[in-house]
Design a protein around this ligand. Structure first.
Ligand code: NAP
Length: 281
């Protein structure tokens, strides 16, 4: 399969991820037909959105099974990301969860394995489990999700210097990370993976977004994505349940917002004026 390329961001490990990937939280759970969702993911990969983000939590494994089916025969083209639930993230639990994800995804290695959010299990145990999985070749990289600045600093103090990313909520209506977490991650060479870049669709009726979309002859989703993609060191992972949405999202990479568009968006969605606690969906 010929896969179009999109610009990449280097991880500290030397691997590269595309700036635009695909989310899967609600896939495999009947929102669209299974065939349509598989078509959407495959089309997305063919268009260069080769990073696919899933988690053992999504649909209790149903999302991973659908992803496994979608990438069958094209595993080598995909940068596959999954996540361990915090309640599983002790030494043995992490390994067992990883094996479960690999089985459902019908693969023998994850490209990136994330701790879904911070739970009660000591972080050190999860880091050790991730390092063991990496040494055993079951994962290539590991990272975290929903970690605020204080958690990231703690992680590094614990010797978690092998972390490759923090996957967090970031979109026009959730700009809290811009003053602290985002610059800190970039300073430390950690790309930020922006989840829910469309605010799960809730952004798309906003009059300012719609106005810019009409003027630029694109869709509001493309404006929202182009805004996230304009930021260096950020990878966005919108979820598309249809091939038409996947194509539209890929085309957002070709949209350059003007200075005036950016000013209008800043006015409608003001940046933070002081550090904010990390928001989570
Ligand atoms: P999202 O990507 O912001 O929005 C998805 C919604 O937008 C779906 O309803 C989808 O509808 C719609 N959509 C997609 N493309 C569109 C387009 N071009 N035009 C109009 N509507 C469009 O929300 P999300 O699924 O919450 O976030 C994305 C991914 O981030 C998730 O799937 C998951 O992989 C990850 N995530 C991670 C965490 C975490 O805690 N780490 C939390 C949330 C999400 P259709 O289905 O009809 O295409």
């Amino acid at each position: 399969m010929a896969v179009l390329t999109v610009p990449g961001i280097d991880l500290r490990s030397g691997d590269t991820i595309p700036v635009l990937g695909q989310g899967t939280w609600h896939l495999g759970q009947g929102r669209h037909s299974r065939a349509e969702e598989i078509r959407a993911l495959r089309e997305g990969v063919e268009l260069g959105m080769t990073l696919i983000d899933t988690a053992e939590m999504y649909g209790d494994g149903a999302s991973e099974k659908l992803v496994g089916e979608a990438i069958a025969g094209r595993r080598a083209d995909v940068f596959l990301v999954s996540k361990v639930l915090p309640s599983h993230a002790n030494r043995r639990g992490t390994t067992a969860a990883c094996h479960g994800s690999l089985r459902r995804l019908a693969t023998d290695q994850l490209d990136l394995y994330l701790l879904h959010w911070r739970g009660a299990i000591p972080l050190q145990e999860t880091v050790e489990a991730f390092e063991e999985l990496r040494a055993a070749g079951l994962i290539r990289n590991w990272g975290v999700s929903n970690f605020d600045l204080v958690d990231m600093e703690r992680l590094l103090r614990l010797g978690g210097g092998g972390a490759q990313t923090d996957q967090v909520l970031y979109n026009l209506s959730r700009r809290g990370i811009e003053l602290d977490l985002l610059p800190w991650c970039l300073q430390h060479g950690l790309p930020v993976m922006a989840y829910s870049p469309l605010e799960q669709g809730r952004l798309l009726d906003h009059p300012v977004l719609r106005g810019i979309a009409i003027q630029r002859r694109v869709s509001p989703a493309q404006v929202a994505l182009a805004w996230v993609l304009a930021r260096a060191g950020v990878c966005a992972i919108p979820e598309a349940g249809t091939a038409a949405h996947a194509r539209q999202n890929r085309a957002a990479l070709d949209l350059r917002l003007s200075e005036l568009d950016m000013l209008k968006l800043d006015e409608a969605f003001p940046p933070p004026v002081s550090p904010q606690p990390l928001e989570i969906l």
